[in-house]
Design a protein around this ligand. Structure first.
Ligand SMILES: CC(C)(COP(=O)(O)OP(=O)(O)OC[C@H]1O[C@@H](n2cnc3c(N)ncnc32)[C@H](O)[C@@H]1OP(=O)(O)O)[C@@H](O)C(=O)NCCC(=O)NCCS
Length: 188
């Protein structure tokens, strides 16, 4: 893929040196608070491999976020086909994110996700982009709101992939932004 650069970040494909960080953001209790699973190292490695293949093939996906000045990989900020059948219409695209906790609170996700909205609307020609989160995931929802995405409460849904053992993680909110709203916000 062609890396996407922002003022502080580079969104790029995964590299071998990212494996420790990738495992950590898939197993750390704080990062994974709103997920019903934790990934061990072999499972995280396999997922990183499949994400890497997808990004190489499509030119986008669940891309690694690197701080340009230091070269540190801090997590992922990505654009991906939204794949919950029966919930989203076919052809929907989502943005999503997951950072190691020491990088929270510095605006990195909002910065990277804004660049992905630009990529999705201006380069891929998408009509709309969605994002969703567990109802109580206020940090993630705050990112969506900072990006200018909006929620219609009638779109809230129970995630079919969340097992009954974790009822508190089932209810999700859905945010969306259309190309015209994005243009208006950014005065394009
Ligand atoms: C969700 C998550 C990515 C949000 O990260 P974040 O650092 O809060 O998000 P941002 O990068 O947009 O940063 C916003 C924070 O940085 C602050 N900030 C500092 N400089 C900023 C800037 N230039 N621009 C925007 N915000 C800035 C904001 O005030 C805000 O701080 P606050 O939380 O104290 O209000 C992070 O908490 C995470 O990885 N969580 C675990 C995984 C997860 O739940 N993923 C989402 C699943 S749906």
């Amino acid at each position: 893929m062609r890396p996407i650069e922002t003022s502080r970040l580079i969104l790029r494909n995964w590299e071998e040196r990212d494996r420790d960080l990738f495992h950590r953001i898939n197993s750390d209790e704080r990062v994974m608070e709103f997920f019903p699973f934790r990934r061990d190292r072999p499972t995280a490695d396999a997922l990183m491999d499949s994400m890497r293949e997808e990004i190489a093939r499509d030119g986008y996906g669940w891309t690694a976020a690197e701080i340009a000045a230091s070269g540190e990989c801090i997590g992922f900020i990505g654009l991906h086909a939204a794949e919950i059948s029966g919930i989203f219409p076919e052809g929907s695209f989502e943005i999503g994110w997951r950072l190691a906790p020491e990088y929270w609170g510095q605006g990195f996700v909002t910065e990277g996700a804004n660049a992905l909205l630009t990529f999705g609307f201006a380069e891929l020609g998408l009509a709309g982009i969605i994002s969703f989160a567990v109802h109580d995931n206020v940090r993630s929802i705050a990112v969506m709101e900072r990006l200018g995405m909006t929620r219609d409460t009638t779109d809230d849904f129970d995630h079919p992939g969340v097992p009954d053992t974790h009822p508190q993680l089932k209810r999700h909110v859905l945010y969306r932004i259309g190309r015209d709203d994005w243009r208006r916000i950014h005065r394009l």
